[in-house]
Write a protein that binds this ligand. Sequence first.
Ligand code: ADP
Ligand code: MG
Length: 648
Amino acid sequence: MILDIKNVVKDYKLSRNNKFRALNGINLNFESGQLVSIIGESGSGKSTLMNVIGGLDNDYQGDILLDKVSVHNQSEKELDKYRKNKIGFVFQSFNLIPHLKVLDNITVAMTLSNVKKSERIKRAKKILKDVGLKDQMYKKPNQLSGGEQQRVAIARALINNPDIILADEPTGSLDSETSEQILDLIKIIANQGKLVIMVTHSEKVAEYSDRVITISDGLIIKDEKKMNEKKMIIGEEKINTGKQNLSFKDAVGMALKNMKEKIGRNLLVSIGASIGITSVIIMLSIGNGVGKYMTNTMNEYVNPNAVEVHQLSEENDQTDSPGGIMTTESKPFEQANIDELTKIKNVDKVELAYSKLSFRGNVAKIGDKESSFQNLSTVSSNITSENITAGTKPNAGEVMLSANLASELDDNIIGKTIDVEFLIGETAFSESFKVSGIFGDIAQNGMNDFSTVFINYADLTSLAKTKDVVVKPNTVYLVTDNQDNVKTIKDKVLALGYTGSMEERLLGMFTEMLAVVTYILAAIAAISLVVSAIMILVVMYISVVERTREIGVLKAIGARRKDIKRIFVAESFLIGLVSGLFGLMVAVLLMFAINAVTRNQFSVDLVIISGSYALFAILVSVGISVLAGLAPASKAAKLDPVESLRRE
Ligand code: ADP
Ligand code: MG
């Protein structure tokens, strides 16, 4: 391996027109197995040179060639690879990642190269043994002495088996005894065939070297080679990995370790962010619950396979009731209407029906008991056996009574004959019928509170005929065998200008209002999501600032921008996931609590969290969090490693 430094000039930009020349044309050649010391006054450009050689700083003139290949003119990707695989950095202040165990501090460089976990640990343990720290690997850096920390840093520099070790004042923070141990270790490394370039202040340290280069004001003023016995060069195999990327799984793993360090803060943020998620889920789910309740109540009353059709006239027949209540009656259907409806696709049967509300002239009698009723209605397929609490639907010559009417007359009325007086149009009729059954129950206080007599349509029309009254149906039922067709039939009915049942119309209006209210409430709740996003953003920025140095270290050991970004995005992803799950959990608990109350009071589940809401909530939470984390992650990724490392 040969490293050529060709006429390197480095200017630090101070302001727009002001720069400071730290390296003033450096020319040097190095080869494997050398231990090179660079000495010089403080400020002479030693660290600058190291950063340039190490690829941490690529903003210079001239060139650096590794085995005749330019390092300077490479893509960022190649430069990252160069730092990761060719260079090992050792710093004066060790620069270990404080929250990682010794073992993890060393494996981190391999994690960035996507080496298998078992392989990482195996290698790290071996190297720790080589540097004499076998027993310290589960300690955190602050539990080690300075010398031990520097050994860890050396182990980390060696882990990817680089060709070049750059040590910037590796003994600068150590006492003389420890310094000597570290220098011995460095010497062994050079003897193993690596090029070690070491910056030092002391002439004494320089004695260990094969070559001493003196730098002053950015220029090489002396380059002394000492005669040394030829080194035995032991080539160590390189670990070869296919894709040298930080995997998402490892990024999440690293993020988890980082987050554990600030577990309280991260949990608080997650909980804070989860409040918005919980509120949004609950709002949507209440809307869902109320809507479902309405639809179910409705379906309890009608056969879902029978589509009720009405025709509303511009001015509806409005009948003044004696009590001053206005009632409406649908416009009667003509044959042309019925033909049109019959033609709708998938309609298997068309049933004609008639119902009339009137508040005078309708009386049902049995023995000496009598009761007035308001509604005369024919029986159609819309009435299902579930609606019939006792007995059966009426056959010819029979009627069915609503529960409230039946209770007025006789507790045991089924099978008995009653006299019924009623109006069809304005004509009065009086007939006897056998009671076949009872519709609904009183307790249920359903949608149809009027006392009702149900009669067969055929009975009604033939009765009317006897007094020359023509009955025109005012309700039509379109019956289908397959419930899947109901929706399209309903749509077609509406498209033809008819309307559905009154209940359906009310339900339709109600559902629309409910949807609007639900979304408004959910949107208000969503404002807290914006607050969450800002909160996460702030915390992530703080995290970036706190870890600037760590980011510098990661870059020095070969992390690409992408990797750094990935670690931070993984963190915000985790915050989002935790807050989403937590928010969902609280929402589910709230659901149980609220439903326990409403079920007890109204036999209704008010809050119904659907699977799609749950999924939506988690996705929104993760999405918002990752979005909020993107800017801080980019900031972290863009940090200049040289400056990050200089930061105390
Ligand atoms: P040393 O030999 O002590 O390691 P450095 O390489 O750190 O010296 O610095 C060489 C010169 O460059 C010094 O005069 C220093 O002030 C200057 N310098 C270093 N970094 C910067 C920077 N980011 N901006 C401007 N000047 C810098
Ligand atoms: Mg320096």
